[in-house]
Design a protein around this ligand. Structure first.
Ligand SMILES: NC(=O)c1ccc[n+]([C@@H]2O[C@H](COP(=O)([O-])OP(=O)(O)OC[C@H]3O[C@@H](n4cnc5c(N)ncnc54)[C@H](OP(=O)(O)O)[C@@H]3O)[C@@H](O)[C@H]2O)c1
Length: 313
C-alpha cells in the first residue's frame, strides 16, 4: 500500500510503499479516507515528543477517519505501530474506535480529531467550563484556537475573547462568535489589553496553546480562581512565573493532553463535535492534500499552516 514512511528518526517521511497491515486478535484494518496533520505528528517523527522516538521504519500520522471492512465509519487516534494514519490502510485496536456523526464529510471529521478534541475537552473536561463563565482563547487563529472559540460559545460561555498575532485572521474569530479580540502585538501591554477586552466579565478560563509572554500576560489579567488549561507552547517553551501571581489570583494551572482523557469522554466529545459540524454549528477551515503531497504538508505544518491540513490517501 502507499504510505508516508519514516525511514529514520528526525527525517521527514517520504511517500512510498509499506507492508499491508495484518489484523491480530482484537484489531481491525481501517481504510483511511482522511488523516489529520498535527504538530504532534511532527514532534513524534522527529523524536522530540515526550513518549519517545517512533520505531523505524514506520508510517507517520496519528489520527484519521476511515471505514472498517464492515462499512462502519470511524475516527481513530491509536494506530498500532509500525502503522500510522498517513497511509491507505492502518491497524487499530477495535476497542479504540470512535463513531463519526452522519452528515459531516471525511476531511472535516478528520480535522476535528486531535484538534477538535483538544479544544472541546480542554474546556469541558479539563476546565469544567460552566455556562455564563468567560473564556480567553490564546492562539485563536490556529487550528485548536479557532475550534476553541466556537466550542466555548457552544458550551455556554458568556464572553469569549480571541487573542492572536494576525489582526486579519482574527476577523474570522469574530465570525466564529468571539465577543472581543486582542492582537498580540510586539511591545503591547497585553495584561491591560486582556483586562479591557474582558471588561466586567473578567477571565474565568484561559485556553493556552502558546505559553511564553502571552500565557504569562493572560495569568496577570485573570480573575481570582481562574483556570488556565496548558495545551501547547507555540510561543515559548518556558516562562518566568512569579509565585505571588499564582497565589494572589489563586490560579489553577491545568496540564492537558488529549490522549490521556478517558476513552468514553473522548467518544462523547467527538460525537458532539461531529454532530455540531454536521449541523453547521462548528466550522473548521481545511486544506486537503493528496497523500502523495506529504512533503508539502510537512513543510506547511512546520511553518504554521493557514488552515487545518488533512491528507487524503
Ligand atoms: N495538548 C494536546 O493534546 C494538544 C492537542 C493539539 C495541539 N496541541 C498543541 O497546541 C499548539 C497549537 O496547535 P495548533 O494545531 O492550533 O497549531 P497551529 O494551527 O499552527 O496554530 C498555532 C497558533 O499559535 C500562534 N503562534 C505561533 N507562534 C506564536 C508566537 N511566537 N507568539 C504568539 N502566537 C504564536 C499562531 O499564530 P499566527 O497565526 O500568528 O502564527 C496560531 O494562532 C501546538 O503546540 C500543538 O502541539 C496540543
Amino acid at each position: 500500500m502507499k504510505a508516508a514512511v519514516l525511514d529514520d528518526v528526525g527525517v521527514p517521511p517520504r511517500y512510498g510503499d509499506f507492508a499491508e497491515p495484518e489484523p491480530g486478535e482484537g484489531q481491525v484494518v481501517v481504510d483511511v479516507a482522511a488523516a489529520g496533520v498535527n504538530q504532534l505528528d511532527l514532534a513524534k517523527a522527529s523524536g522530540s515528543f515526550y513518549t519517545g522516538p517512533p520505531p523505524v521504519p514506520s508510517v507517520a500520522g496519528s489520527d484519521g477517519v476511515g471505514r472498517t471492512a464492515h462499512g462502519r465509519r470511524v475516527y481513530f487516534d491509536a494506530p498500532v505501530a509500525p502503522f500510522g494514519s498517513w497511509a491507505q490502510r492502518t491497524l487499530v485496536p477495535e476497542t479504540d474506535l470512535l463513531d463519526v456523526a452522519a452528515g459531516v464529510d471525511d476531511a472535516t471529521a478528520a480535522a476535528l480529531g486531535n484538534t477538535g478534541l483538544a479544544a472541546w475537552l480542554a474546556l469541558s473536561w479539563r476546565a469544567r467550563l460552566q455556562p455564563g463563565e468567560s473564556v480567553l482563547v490564546l492562539g485563536a487563529t490556529g487550528a485548536v484556537g479557532s475550534v476553541a472559540v466556537q466550542a466555548a460559545k457552544a458550551l455556554g460561555a458568556s464572553h469569549v475573547i480571541a487573542a492572536a498575532r494576525d489582526p486579519e485572521r482574527l476577523k474570522v474569530a469574530r465570525q466564529h462568535g468571539a465577543d472581543a479580540t486582542v492582537v498580540l502585538a510586539p511591545g503591547a501591554d497585553l495584561p491591560a489589553a486582556f483586562r479591557q477586552a474582558a471588561g466586567e466579565h473578567g477571565i474565568d478560563v484561559i485556553i493556552d496553546p502558546l505559553w511564553g509572554e502571552p500565557g504569562l500576560a493572560a495569568m496577570q489579567a485573570a480573575s481570582r480562581g481562574a483556570r488556565l488549561v496548558q495545551i501547547g507552547a507555540s510561543a515559548d517553551p518556558t516562562i518566568d512565573l512569579p509565585a505571588t501571581l499564582v497565589r494572589s489570583a489563586e490560579l489553577e494551572i491545568l496540564g492537558f493532553v488529549v490522549f490521556r482523557v478517558p476513552l468514553q469522554a473522548r467518544r462523547d466529545a467527538y460525537r458532539s463535535l461531529t454532530e455540531r459540524a454536521a449541523r453547521g454549528e462548528i466550522a473548521v477551515d481545511v486544506i486537503r492534500l493528496p497523500l502523495a503531497d506529504v512533503a508539502s504538508a510537512w513543510e506547511q505544518e512546520q511553518h504554521g499552516a493557514r488552515a487545518k491540513l488533512v491528507l487524503a490517501p
